[in-house]
Design a protein around this ligand. Structure first.
Ligand SMILES: Nc1ncnc2c1ncn2[C@@H]1O[C@H](COP(=O)(O)OP(=O)(O)OP(=O)(O)O)[C@@H](O)[C@H]1O
Ligand SMILES: [Mg+2]
Length: 249
């Protein structure tokens, strides 16, 4: 075929079934607004817990979900990852927001950091054009009443003496789901608690020459941390036993 004939060939059009195939609903819309933290290290393991959290976050009867464990166990990372995985779902079109409460020392002031995280201004202008300050919790509850949204409240353990705002939200905003991290259970009626255990570690008497370290989340996390401290670190039969001691991870 000459070059001239080549240019006269019609441009092929895609078959209808290729261009018209409906896309799944979650791919047709952008992810919901969110402020999830960008983590400096990759998330490791916890697939069983993530699957359980996904199921619980899907269940409309679960309104308040607490990840409970002692300090340093990985609650914040797990909550953040569970929330991130909801970005591709259609469950929370009004947003997925992370609120750190670690620095708050008065539970009656909890509405302010939540409002700040979701971008809601708590102050309104009254009819005489004066700034007024309504009860902040009431304003927030009124704003969230018809929202479909996931709130991640991180480090609630020191604020358990006054959880009225959470009760009000659960009572008034049926499509707001609250995922809490806390070193203690909230012990309220609406709570579903997921107790986080330590990562799986190989048994003490493991023959490390036979052991596949890649199978253990705890060892993977150890290797990640070791690499950050010493980029040349290589997992070996000599250092695996240290990584299997939970106190050293
Ligand atoms: N699954 C994981 N993947 C990667 N890093 C993790 C994982 N779990 C925990 N970490 C790391 O371990 C450290 C402690 O985790 P995290 O801050 O989530 O604990 P925590 O239970 O929230 O502690 P606290 O009660 O003090 O808030 C952090 O540096 C975190 O990045
Ligand atoms: Mg934490």
């Amino acid at each position: 075929m000459s070059a001239r004939h080549f240019w006269l060939l019609p441009v092929p059009t895609p078959a209808p079934h290729q261009s018209c195939r409906p896309r799944p609903p979650c791919l047709n819309r952008p992810p919901p607004r969110n402020n999830l933290p960008v983590e400096p290290t990759p998330f490791i393991g916890r697939e069983t817990e993530l699957a359980a959290l996904d199921t619980l976050l899907t269940d409309p009867s679960v309104r308040l979900l607490t990840i409970v464990a002692p300090g340093g166990m990985g609650k914040t990372r797990l909550a953040g990852e569970a929330a991130r995985r909801q970005l591709t779902s259609v469950r929370f079109p009004d947003g997925i927001y992370f609120v750190s409460l670690a620095a708050l020392d008065d539970p009656t002031l909890m509405a302010a950091p939540i409002a700040d995280a979701i971008g809601f201004s708590l102050y309104v202008r009254d009819q005489r054009e004066k700034w007024t300050k309504d009860d902040q919790a009431d304003q927030l509850v009124a704003y969230l009443r018809h929202k479909k949204l996931l709130l991640v409240l991180d480090n609630l353990e020191h604020l358990l003496t006054d959880l009225k705002l959470l009760s009000s939200l659960i009572g008034a905003a049926p499509e707001v789901k609250i995922l809490v991290t806390s070193r203690e259970r909230l012990n309220v009626r609406s709570e579903t608690a997921l107790t986080l255990q330590g990562m799986v570690i190989p048994p003490d008497d493991t023959d490390v020459t036979q052991f596949d370290a890649q199978l253990s989340d705890a060892v993977q996390l150890f290797v990640l941390c070791a690499h950050r401290a010493h980029p040349a670190f290589v997992l070996s039969a000599e250092n695996v036993p240290f990584s299997t001691q939970p106190g050293r991870i």
